[in-house]
Design a protein around this ligand. Sequence first.
Ligand code: M6R
Length: 306
Amino acid sequence: ASLELGPYRHFMQKEIHEQPKAIRDTLSGRISDDNSRVVLGEVGMTAEQVKAISKIAIVACGTASHAGLVGKYLIEKLARIPVEWDVASEYRYKDPMVDQQTLCIVISQSGETADTLAALHEARRRGAKILAVTNVVGSSIARAADWVVYTWAGPEIAVASTKAYTTQLVAMSLLAIWLGQQNGNLDAGLAHELIADLRNLSAQASSVIEHQEEAIHEAAEKLAHSEDVFFIGRNLDYAVALEGQLKLKEISYIHAEGYAAGEMKHGPIALIDDNVPVIVLAPSGPLFEKTVSNMQEVRARGGKIV
Ligand code: M6R
C-alpha cells in the first residue's frame, strides 16, 4: 500500500489529487474537437427514441444520489425532460410510476450496491430502459443495464467518495447536454459554452488543488472543533451542499446538515448561534445575491460564515 500511496498520507488524499486526471478521462473521446457536440456512442438511443422519453427516473445511494440530484437539475434545464429523483433504498417501496417511455438512470461507483441494483430491477420490471453511470467495468449494475456510461475515475479505494463523485458530476453534465442535443431542446450556443467549460474543468480542478489547499486547510482547522456545521446553497449548490454534509459526517464525525439556502428561515435557523459555522456555497451567477441574503440572515443570528 505504501508504494501505491506515493507521497500521500492516505487514499482519500491521493484520490482528491487524482481528480484532474479522472475528470480528463471521463471527458476523453466524449466531446467533439470544436466543442460543438457531446458524443456518447455507448448510449444506443436514436434521436427519435430520446424525443419519445416522457420522463427520467434517477436512482442511487449516498454520494451517487447527490450526483444524481445535480443531474436532475441539469437534465431538466438543458433537455427539458421531467426528472424524478429518489434514493434507491426507498424506490421500490413507493410503487413508482414507470412505463416504457421512462428512462431510468442509476448511478453507482462500485456498480454493486444492492439497493441500487434492486431499484434498477424494479424500474426494468415496469418497462423502463436502464442507463447506468458507473465506474466499474463488468459490475452487476453495468451488466444489468441497457447502456453504460463509465466514469473512468480509476479505482476508488477510500470509503469516502471523492474522484468518483466529481466524475459522476461530469458524466451527468455530459448526459444532460447529450439528451438536450438529441431531443433538440438545447440551444447550440449554450451547448458550445458548456462544452468549452467542461474542457477547462480539469485544469480548474488542478488549480484549486494547487492554490487553495492551504486556505482549505485553514478553514478546516477552524471547523475541526465544531459540533454542528451547516452547508447551504441554491440550485446545483444545494445538491453540492448535501454532498458536503455527508462527507463531513463521514470523515470527521461532526454532525452536519445540508439545506437549500432559502429554507433556513423556515425553521433550522433556530439552531444557528456563534458555535455553528455555516458553509455557504455562493458562486457568481444569477443566484449569488439571493444566496448572500440568506447568508446575512445566518450572520444576524451570530453564525460563523465560511
Ligand atoms: O458504489 P456506490 O456509488 O453505489 O455507493 C453508494 C454509496 O454507498 C456511496 O456513494 C457512499 O455514500 C460514499 N462512498 C460516501 O462517501
